[in-house]
Write a new protein. Structure first.
Length: 118
C-alpha cells in the first residue's frame, strides 16, 4: 500500500518560512517524480514544484521561483519543500504527489494546511 504523508504545515506570518516534508512508503521511491501541489479555498489545485526521480531536475511555478526549494532524499524516501518569504496568497492545503518517472501523478498525500497571516 502506497502512502504519502505530509507534515510541517502551520501558521506563519507573512515573510516567514516553513519547511514541508513528505514521507513515502510502499513504492520504489527513487523511480518516482515527486511534486508539491496546493489548493486554496475556492480555487483549483495548482502545481507548485516538482523534482525528478534522480533529483537532478526541478521545476517551479513562476509564483514561487526564488523563494521555494524542493529537495529529496532517496535514501530516506522523503521529499521536502522549503518555503521562504511566504505571502498570504500562499495559504492553502499543500499536497505531495508521486508519478512514475515523469508520468501522471497517481499517488497523493492527505495534505497539510499552510496559513500565512498578513
Amino acid at each position: 500500500q502506497v502512502r504519502l504523508v505530509e507534515s510541517g504545515g502551520g501558521l506563519v506570518q507573512a515573510g516567514g518560512s516553513l519547511r514541508l516534508s513528505c514521507a513515502a512508503s510502499g513504492l520504489a521511491f527513487s523511480d518516482y517524480t515527486m511534486g508539491w501541489f496546493r489548493q486554496a479555498p475556492g480555487k483549483e489545485r495548482e502545481l507548485v514544484a516538482t523534482i525528478s526521480w534522480t533529483g537532478g531536475s526541478t521545476y517551479y511555478a513562476d509564483f514561487v521561483k526564488g523563494r521555494f526549494t524542493i529537495s529529496r532524499d532517496n535514501a530516506k524516501n522523503t521529499v521536502g519543500l522549503q518555503m521562504n518569504s511566504l505571502k498570504p496568497e500562499a495559504t492553502a492545503v499543500y499536497y505531495c504527489a508521486a508519478g512514475f518517472r515523469g508520468l501522471r501523478y497517481v499517488y497523493w498525500g492527505q495534505g497539510t494546511q499552510v496559513t500565512v497571516s498578513s
